[in-house]
Design a protein around this ligand. Sequence first.
Ligand SMILES: [Zn+2]
Length: 754
Amino acid sequence: MHVVRYNPLMDTRYTPHSYENDIYKKWEESGAFSADSQVQTMGEHQPFCIIMPPPNANDPLHIGHAMGVAVQDALIRFHRMRGSKTLWLPGTDHAGIETQYVFEKKLRKQGKSRFNFDRDTLYSMIAEYVDENSQVAISQMKRLGASADWDRFTFTLDEDVVTFVKDTFLKLHDDGLVYRDEKLVNYCTKCGTSYSELEVVYKEQQTPLYYLQYGPFELATTRPETKFGDTAVAVHPDDRRYQHYVGNTITVEGISSPFELTVIADEFVDPEFGTGVVKITPAHDHNDFAVWQRHKDAMPALKQVIGFDGKLNELAGEFAGLPVVEARQKVVAVLREKGLLVKVDDTYQNRVATCYRCSRVIEPLPLTQFFISVNKKDNSLAHTALKSLSAGQTKILGAGREKILKHWLENLQDWNISRQIVWGISIPVWYQVDGYESSVHVGFLTKDGVYTRGTLEELLTQFSIDEVVAGVQSVQAENTVPYVVSLEKPNGGGMYLAETDTFDTWFSSGQWPVVTLKTGKSDDFETFYPTSVMETAYDILTFWVMRMMLLGEYLTGRSPFSNVYLHGLVRDEKGKKMSKSKGNVINPLEIIDKYGADVLRMSLVIRSTPGQDRSVGEPDFKAARNLTNKLWNAARFVMLQIENNEGGDNTPHSEFDVKLTEVVRSITSHIDELRLGLAADELYNSFWHWYCDECIEQHKKGSLSTDQLLTGLTTFLILFHPFMPYITEVIWQELRERSLVKTNLLISTPWANS
Ligand SMILES: [Zn+2]
């Protein structure tokens, strides 16, 4: 081998910061990230595609994102080197509620709230705020070394995405899978919006159970303050104690005056709970609402006593205007005074629904909302997704979480997709309000900036419809008001008001694999759908992965991905969950600053298992840093040998090639079959204990040729590249300068043969 003399030798130590930016620039400028730069070779390997789970455009990355990037980038780099046409499509999510919540907090610090702005103004303000921050996440992903196709970057509020998402709603509507109904929703009175069942966090807690005198009965309840909304009392049909009351009307001594309730029988009542008699308050309890639906004829209409502001309304008489918790205490005090409180059980344990965002107790409240039917008999979204799961069209790698997913799909309830926030994609619905003015409740900002609220009928006595529309904040139309689903305001006579609710964020991100490929470059959908791997954290399996399966199947007839790779939560080195309050949060950027991106990536991936939590800390970072030093020193040693060996060489070692082929074969199959943690671990051991400890020693003793030593080095650089892209590329560049390798960039170098 002819060797060009070089001088000086590689730096004695690897310092990531002197190289990482330049290397990233080189990769980007070479066009290696672009799916268009690659021609699909031979057909041996299928096109490979990962759609990046879009992080919140407004947030810096956390350690979990770094984990996602490390896993996805390793897979992408591997398949690209193997010759597949490879696409890693990046994007960000507008994260409706999360972002609006943060923005409103900022407004509050300025002494303002969302009620100071009309919808369009508020939307523009949030958009500007998000725009300022969204570069942060992108530049952080680049620092991690993400080799994504940035030209295909997609934001969930890009115009073509918005149009696509609305079209999906139109299609669902045409197929009879959308309906509007007054139902109890899980409403957070602090966030000012309803949530789907998935977003409710249940907490076990001790809640006083009050035994109240109700006419001839004693009954137990945790919510005496909702008694003003009672429409019946219920017993179990087989409960002998009460059978003779069923169908009768009882008189209950009220707080101000007595009132009457019918006694009904329903199997939902547990005879063992309390006294076996319960009050039915359908506007404020999901079970009671279901009872009400079964016995509508036997009881009055819904009586809502808690408003969307979390306070009791005029139906609560003297308690009107009080927040729920305060009202409960006062009602109990008055009942006690009147001798209507029989006893209190302070040891009662129950499950309280709380908001996943702000932890406030969720109020079930009646609201007219849009729903997607997921279990409609002849056209069931849930059933289709279940089928493709059972048929193995989508494989879930995540420590048994496929079962959880199946359980959710089997028990899935219709999906409430309306959110009462501005920051999102508006639901393309128009209410035809002529003749229904008294059934439409509007909140708007007058020309003078005064927040005003009332029925349209009331408002139109003082304001023109144009003024109301110009300053509109919210339109709440009752269930009777007719509506049209349309992207544009319907033509023709009549007065129309646009729906002000926006889609649940998961409704747009649930279409992500389809919408990104369909709105991207031509042929992207044909080439890359269904995608190869969806890599995400297991805690959003039901929020997101399940929705992508429902909507992906619906829109294309195929599951959107072949594999779901669920990574675990990243915990601190003692296995504790990271949290600001514990002060154990690892900021990925600080680790990159200290050790470089490769060290962070390797520490997160090595020995990780899909679906299982991962503990990392200083010892892991130090171990990975030692590995980079080992690689660097080995490379320096090899180059020194090549320089010194001019004119003479050792004898080739006969077993070396066999063993190297075996290493390549094993690592290749691990990565190919998504066993990344194992691949990295085996690679580490082969390199350290075989190549460095044995081969280099053999070379020193004269029984391994310099050619073999170099082949070993370049092969290990290729194998390590998906896990530690920067240092491997830096060493490759050193080799290239000395004409020891043929390709310009390691990122575009073909994978090693086995
Ligand atoms: Zn909340």
